[in-house]
Design a protein around this ligand. Sequence first.
Ligand code: SF4
Ligand code: SF4
Length: 111
Amino acid sequence: MNKFGFQISTTRSIDLDTADLTAAERLLEAEPSLKACIGCGGCTATCTAAEFVDFNIRRMHTAFVRGQQEGLREQLNRCMLCGKCLLVCPRGVHTRSVIMVMRKELTPEEK
Ligand code: SF4
Ligand code: SF4
């Protein structure tokens, strides 16, 4: 079935008092436009990758800024960096840059 449009995420609870937000702070510092995100889901609804695979860019960056980075690296590899999400964002969030910063943050440093 060809998936299109918005999906309802399952309910989750996040304790921001105990979450490690250091990577999120680095992301917001590197790409401050993400602070303007209103969570509208326009990026997800128009995402090229989401038409073919299980991928939700809004869920990714929302989870990341809440300190939930487990399993994101693998999912972020599904992004093709086409930039379509960037074109539709009503808040001017540079989503492609957000993805690249998240990938960098989630890539283990080579020793
Ligand atoms: S389209 Fe822009 S404002 Fe809407 S959820 Fe995506 S990044 Fe946030
Ligand atoms: S850049 Fe990535 S997240 Fe944005 S529309 Fe393209 S595949 Fe989707």
